[in-house]
Design a protein around this ligand. Sequence first.
Ligand SMILES: [Ca+2]
Ligand SMILES: [Ca+2]
Length: 498
Amino acid sequence: MFRSLVFFLSIVLGSCLNFCFAGEISKRPNVLFIVSDDLNTLLGCYGDPLAQTPNIDRIASRGVRFERAYCTFPLCGPSRNSFLTGLYPNSTGILANAQIFRQSIPQQVSMPQAFRQAGYFVTRIGKLFHYHVPKSVGTDGHDDAASWEVELNPVGVDRLEEEPHIFSIRPGQFGGTLSWYASPQPDAEHTDGMLARDAAWILERCGNDRSRPFFLAIGFFRPHTPYVAPKDPYFNWYPASSMRVVENVQQDQSDLPAPALGSYKKEQDKLTDALRREALQAYYASISFMDAQVGHVLDALEKNRLTDNTIIVFTSDHGYHTGEHGLWQKQSLFEESARVPLLLVVPNVSTPGTVSTTPVSQIDLFPTLADLCDIETPENIQGQNLAPILAETSKPGRGWALTQVVRRQGKNQQTFFGYSLRTPRWRFTEWDEGQRGRELYDHESDPQELTNLAGSNKHAETVAKLSTMLRKAVLSTMPASGKIPAVNGSKWIPLLVP
Ligand SMILES: [Ca+2]
Ligand SMILES: [Ca+2]
């Protein structure tokens, strides 16, 4: 089976590569685009004291680390559709999982599609658009076929063999529920280990034939739940007893409007401090396991002498809570959920080991990569070009980032939005245009967002100013029509096995 796949891919790759003038070497930079799933900034390069992430740190040391980078929507599907099209969720119409922008704005050219149209060899390995994890692992997920020339969907023991062993706080549920397993199987048998191996295989071929530049997108599944990773060494690096548990949650929650805690899941009532420590151990272990796979990809880039002409992007689809404000996982508008790791290495442009502190958004990736690679973009994309900041990290750029979520509340489960604006100093959040609450946090004195200042007279002027700014920012997320596009077509769930 594997041999026939290799044969098939060899034909595809061969015919693609022959399309160009044989022997001519492309001068345009390659792009290695790595996305982790549900990864927050618990990383060595972001200052976490526990995380062992030498390979992601290696990327940071080679280029620019964005200290304040944010997703547009802290949920897999809306976020991925957003940064892969360069449009805010209000313009893709994708505000939930299990959807693809072809169901709402079918004519839109995605970022990888734009690279394809410009002659790049564009490959996807693993999760780039939305997938149900773990049920869709090994399938195309909710993929967009037009975005890629080659798609690879490896599937490892974590999906095929180990699910009966996984501990879950809702037994039998793994994807949306806190669940974990210290696997006895080695890295190479796990899906993310296979992704890295497939990436090395693609990079070897790209190194041997340089007639076309490549855009290689790798979507790792970890540390998304279930937190399944090899016990040795990764779980062993993080003894559960040494994991921190967030305290004083009730006091912290007392100044919050209800929608701020709307992502809380009832099943999490079952969490004891011992289980919280185990969950954190498994989350960290999954991060370090994924980091090791990133290392294999970086090694393959070097081995094939591609490092000097390859832009590296490393990010996650959104942030993640590990107990802050009493929350776990995603879909809140607090810093931990909205913030993402974002690293960019651009040969001859970025300075190794530099840091930008101005707020930026993942919406900015498409215009940035398009500029660096001289790719034509659709006229309607909405981000800013980060190239000037990459060259000079003190540049302020747009100066803010906007993140949104959808909430349902009340008898009729009425839908409304929460929007959160991040400036260098403040986080300001409005629920249902302020009718269901506001939050204001001063990151100069309160980086954990513990004290909501929105109701204080002392800050009335700041609230008024940020509210005006936020509304302007929200307007900029809408398409020219001023209306959020409707999603057509029924939901579909591709599964490898039932
Ligand atoms: Ca995710
Ligand atoms: Ca509080």
